[in-house]
Write a protein that binds this ligand. Sequence first.
Ligand code: 6AU
Length: 264
Amino acid sequence: MEPASVWKERWESATLPMARQYMELATQKQSLVCLAADRPTMKELNDLLDAVHPSIVALKTHVDMVDDWTPKGWGAFCKKANDLGLLIFEDRKFADIGKISEKQMLGLYDIASWSDLVTAHLISGPDIVDGLQAAWEGKGRIGGVLLLAQMSSRGNLLVPSYTTTVAEHGSKHPGVFGFIGNGSQPTGISELRALVGNSKLIWTPGINLATGDGAKGQRYGDPYEAVLSGSDCIIVGSGIHGKDDPAAAAAKYAETSWKGLLER
Ligand code: 6AU
């Protein structure tokens, strides 16, 4: 299957080569799954990646949550993901002013050296995107920013007028890869898609086959409905790593997300 024929207007209108790279790999693997690899040790992270990689297209990390983090262990983990062709997405949710966000991409974790994508809030204004892009440029690398336009957690403060402003700014910025939308609410995803148009991707956390309320204010929506509503990637954490058989769970999410895309 050709990516252009499956992704249609999203493929035609994509502004970043990395977006097409994502759509191409998703088409090859028949999966729109980004694994939220929220495990606390390098062994668990490696075991999880080894088990589920055939069914995922991107690897989302929280580098500062790993108990036994070392530059060497992390380097090997990222190399494994790169060799598998996966995009590495550090969910750092940057929010500071541009020049500080640039420095936060370096430092101990040196996120600019291994990430392809990072998340950012636009609360401090549009220069944050330029700051993050400057860090990748400094390393001779290309990266993309996913702006939080909505969140999945209950009671979050990303009100509709804020979402609209983020979508307006982000849709025009060449450093923006796409947006984080609320996967637990299909109508919200459709509304975000209407604001964003086709030139950027929408990735959605808050996804689980068991829909409804999750732990500590998390909310979950159905993967198939999220994709039908306009999500281009479902971000799944505990729905995969919290299961006895993560590989089988990941395959299930891949199948339902791909079905959604074909029927969209
Ligand atoms: O599937 P879960 O609930 O186990 O994990 C959800 C993952 C976590 C969160 O940090 C992340 O998705 N997340 C995000 C982002 C940016 O990915 C935004 C959001 O609104 N809600 C959310 O859960 O790694």
